[in-house]
Structures are given as structure tokens and as C-alpha cells.
Design a binder for this molecule. Sequence first.
Ligand SMILES: Nc1nc2c(ncn2[C@@H]2O[C@H](COP(=O)(O)OP(=O)(O)OP(=O)(O)O)[C@@H](O)[C@H]2O)c(=O)[nH]1
Ligand SMILES: [Mg+2]
Length: 659
Amino acid sequence: MVNLGILAHVDAGKTTLTERLLYAAGVIDEPGSVDDGSTQTDFLDLERRRGITIKSAVVSFAIGDVTVNLIDTPGHPDFIAEVERVLNVLDGAVLVVSAVEGVQAQSRVLMRTLRRLRIPTLIFVNKVDRGGAADERVLAAIAEKLDPAVIAMGSVSGLGTRAADFTPFTAADAGFAARLVELLAGHDDRLLAVYVDDKTSVTSRRLRRELAAQTGRALVHPVFFGSAITGAGVATLTAGIAELLPAADGDPGGPVSGAVFKIDRGPAGEKIAYARLFSGTVRVRDRLRFGDGQEGKVTAIGVVDRGTAVQRPSIAAGQIGKLWGLGEIRVGDQLGVPRTTVPEHHFAPPTLETVVVPVRPADKGPLHVALTQLAEQDPLIDLRQDDLRQELSVSLYGEVQKEVIGATLTNDFGLDVGFRETTTICIERPTGTGAAVERLHKPPNPFLATVGLRIEPAPAGSGVTFRIAAELSSMPLAFFAAVEDTVRRTLRQGLCGWEVTDCTVAMTHSGYLGKHSLGHQRFNKSMSSTGEDFRNLTPLVLMSALREAGTVVCEPIHRFRLDTPADTLGAVLPVLARLGAVPGAPVVQGPLCLLEGEVPAARLHQLQQQLSGPTRGEGVLESAFDRYQPVRGPAPTRPRTDHNPLDRKEYLLHVQRRV
Ligand SMILES: Nc1nc2c(ncn2[C@@H]2O[C@H](COP(=O)(O)OP(=O)(O)OP(=O)(O)O)[C@@H](O)[C@H]2O)c(=O)[nH]1
Ligand SMILES: [Mg+2]
């Protein structure tokens, strides 16, 4: 059993390759086509109409006695959240690179992450049948931009023609053997020693075994070539998947541990969780723990078996299955014993947001329900309800995702919506250190709690760290937990309304009142502190510490790459300058010119639109999030959705009204 992800830049041919693999394995009688909307994995109406993959989809086939669960992922950067969730459940991956377009922006982003997570990865150079396809040049670009530890597993003939084919190197090929030894010896001194001693003594079987071992440890990446349209090279790739990628392991008798990477709704609206098990066995009617302490009973289990969905009484370690009955479950939840303690994000979070407005005001309630369901499938849209203005907003990666959300609300929920203009999500970072304290029984503190907090800047990208600098034994742990929880919640809106991050918050003072109302039958609130006292006081203290520290608003910056005809450079540069993009020196390659540089995420969409004229529609712009950078000029603010603890009077009134 191998759980395999197919990843690539948009349009590289992942879905087409998936069809070919299914066809080669005899699962389907004929490969479907993305362009006709007849593939197995692009089955959503929207995917078929647009010809792009939006949601990851699982299919299954067999290579000899190895069962492969294949997950086809979207390549469009607006849907990178789908890829992120899939990465947690893979034994291996095939990264598809187009032989025509070469190594594209998203391939680099994906490969960087695959390497970091040490996911064994084969590379498939697709579209060798298309005019303009290259082999040597693309291989060199892969080595330069993705990973130097790669090796071509064969050679291409008839490059750029319909008859293009791929012939794997054999053991008899001396050049291949020498390259292979050189590559593998880099990670294995013994192999090098034996080889230097006597070249002929290293058998080809030993080399293949070592190649599989090092591929399995994600140290090297074999490169295959072919065409998903004609099927060239697909048999060799298939053999490579079975031979070189490690099989799923895990003890079916161990404690249950798994991860949910996709949530779907069945025909009756019932929730279906796609999960991979790392350990243990889950049976129908088992009670399962998931997320942060929720529980549910599995009412049915399904697997995808060679193209058809079948019900099963159980799934075991290594398998992917669909679980019914877990009402509260969310994408990204861990099942049973968590494998990782902190949910880690592999890619940058969305940097755009928009307000969703129902066309019919009466649809407000149903819209909230619908968006909540979409947020279950994609938590990164981070649905937010603005309590003050009664508005719903979502986070986004881009305009295509926005259109897809709009179409989904119309098609699946019968809701017509409009969107406000997309705006950029900034962050706030503290610029200095600030501290504040409010003590029990010391006016103006109206709460039965002592809370002192100090906030200081931390390195970029480090997030929020909370630590307790007060005496731990000074109060019950539940009160510390209430403070930490409230600190994190309060930091979602800083001085300018943006999320505050890259900081350390230390709790410097603590104290509570623990009198028991002994003689009283009823609980006497005036006599003992409760969690609420800490939850209510913390925002006041934290915000005044933050005001003392000060913050700087930072905006997301993307790195871009623009390929454009060289003669359009003169027309392109002023457009870049107008939109605040900073290009490096242009690199002219024949008739084409390559520009790389930086642009604020806020200008990206305009840039895309305004380049089509000056580049005669031939410019190709790619970009990926790079970092946050302090905004030049006046800091943008985000309207608050809470009762601002900086306005003490208004905040206390709100708290009073709540109790
Ligand atoms: N000539 C040629 N065209 C191909 C090949 N593979 C895919 N295509 C075409 O390239 C386009 C994109 O193919 P898809 O399979 O949808 O690519 P994808 O990587 O799944 O795209 P997304 O899922 O949207 O990221 C389609 O028009 C395919 O017909 C190939 O090997 N040769
Ligand atoms: Mg696709």
C-alpha cells in the first residue's frame, strides 16, 4: 500500500496523468480528458467547466500486489490549502514538471515543502510530445531550482512530436551506472569505497536497492519523462512508483492514530471525513476521539477500490478511508493519538479577505450556515462574523477562489451573493516592549483577578509565544489557561485591527481570591475568582501593554516572475513601477525576457490585469508569497469586530451586558 500525492504547478498535467495511471492499471477502459470534462478526479461541475482542479480527489489502483491510493491535487495557487492538508498523509509524491514550461514558481514552492517534510518524491517531466519540449534543459533547471540530487532514469526520443517516447536506462548502460554511483555515494561512504576499489564489484541490483533506499529517505529524486496524453513513459513511471517509493507502514494492532485531509458532504448532507490511518484499526461502531477532545461513533466506513467506492467493516494502519458519523469533525483533525503536537502550516496563510453579502437580506442566516460548512472543508477561509456590523468575511488566496466560493454558494446552496472589494490582510508586529498590570481589589479593576502581562517582539515568522513568568503555584492552572487562551484571542486584533504576531507574551503577575462560601448554599460570586474574571480582565491588561509597546503594520509581499517577449520590456517596466513592483535586472533569453522581483500582494491582481495589454497577452506572471514587510506610508486599519478593550468604558459596558 502506497499513499501517493500528485503535485505540480497549475496545468502541468496532474489530472491527465492520473487518468493515464488509472488506464494503465486497467481501472478505466479509456483515459478521460480534462478538456472534455470526463476525468475521474475532476468530477465537480466547476472543475469540469473551468478545466482546473479545485479539490483534491482520491482514486486507487494496483501495481502488481501494491495498492496505490493516489491523491490528485490542484495546482492553482488559490487552492494551495488543499495541497497542505494532503501533505500530512503521504508516503510519497510525484511532482509533475512540464517539459515545455519547465520549472515554474509553484513547483519550487511545492518541492521546497516536500523536501522539508522529507516526503519521498519522484519527478515526472510531462508533455514531451508537445512542440517546444526540452529534456536536458529541463533536467538542468530541476537540478538548479528544485534539488541537485536528481537523476534521469532514461532518455527521450522524438522529443516534441506525437511519437515522443521514453526508454529507461538499463543496467548495461555504463554512463547511467556511473552517474547513479556518483549520486548515491554522496550519501553512502561505503558504496563509494567499494566502487573506487573495483567498479565492477557494485552490482546493478545493489545500486537499485540503494536508489530505492535513498529515494525513500528523500535524499535523491529519480526523474522520469513522458506524456500523460500519449501515455509515453507512463509504464516506466508506474514501475518506479512500485519499486522506489516506500510502502505505508504502521501497526494495525497499535493505538489508533490518523489524520483527516478532506471533508465532503454526502447526498443527504451527511459529513464524510477522508482519513489516513498511521496506526491501529478503526471499525464500524467504534468510538473515536479526534480534534481537541471531541468524540464520535463511526457509523460506516468506505474505501476507494480500483475506481469504485465500497463499504468496509474496518480500515487499518496505512489505509485511506471515508468515515461517516463523526459530526463535529474538521479538516486537519487528528484521530486517536495525535501524531504531531502542534498543527504545522506548510505554506503561507491566505493574504486576502473579502466580505460576503447575500443579495437577498433574508439569506443572512442560511449564508452563515453555508459558509460554516465550507469552512469545515477549508478552515483557512477563516469565516469571521463581525458582531458590530453583522457582516461575514472570509480569507482568500486569490480571485479564482473567490469566484469558486461564489459559484459554490449559488450551485450547492441556492444562495446568490456579492463580494466587497478584496483587501489585503496585514499583520501587526510589536515594535518595543510594553507591560501592564491590574491587581485584585485595586480600583479601577472591577474583576476578582490579578493579571500582569509583558509583550515583546520575537523573530519574524515565530508566531505568538506565551510563557508564565509568575509563580506557578500562585493559582490554579485553569486560571493560567484562561489567561493564555484570552491572550491569543485578544491578539487577533491589535492596535490597528490586524492580527498581532511574532511576539512573546509573559504573564508577570497573577492572583485570585479563593474564599469558599462555606455558610452559603449558593455560589457567592463576590467571594471567589472564576475563569470569567481572568477572561474579562486579560484583554484590558494586554491591550494597554500593547499600546505601550507600539506596533508596526506589515503587508504581505510576493516574489514574482514575469516571462514576456523581449521587445515589450519598455512597455512593461512603467506598469511595474506604477504598481510598486520592484524588478531585478532583466535577463534576455532569445526572444524572451525574464524579470524577477517583488510586489505587494495588494497590487498583484491589478498587475496581472494591467500586464496583458503591454505584453500583447503573451506575458506569463507567476508569484508566491515571500514575507511580511512594514507598510510604507500611513498604516491601513481594519475595522474591529469586537468591543475594543482599549476603550475601557465601552468594553466594561459590553462585559456587564453579557453577564
Ligand atoms: N500535449 C500534451 N498536453 C497535455 C499533457 N498533459 C496534460 N496536457 C494538457 O494540459 C492541460 C492541463 O492538464 P491537466 O491534467 O488539467 O493539468 P493539471 O496539472 O491537473 O491542472 P490543475 O489541476 O488545474 O493544476 C490540458 O489541456 C491537458 O490536455 C501532455 O502530456 N501532453
Ligand atoms: Mg488537475
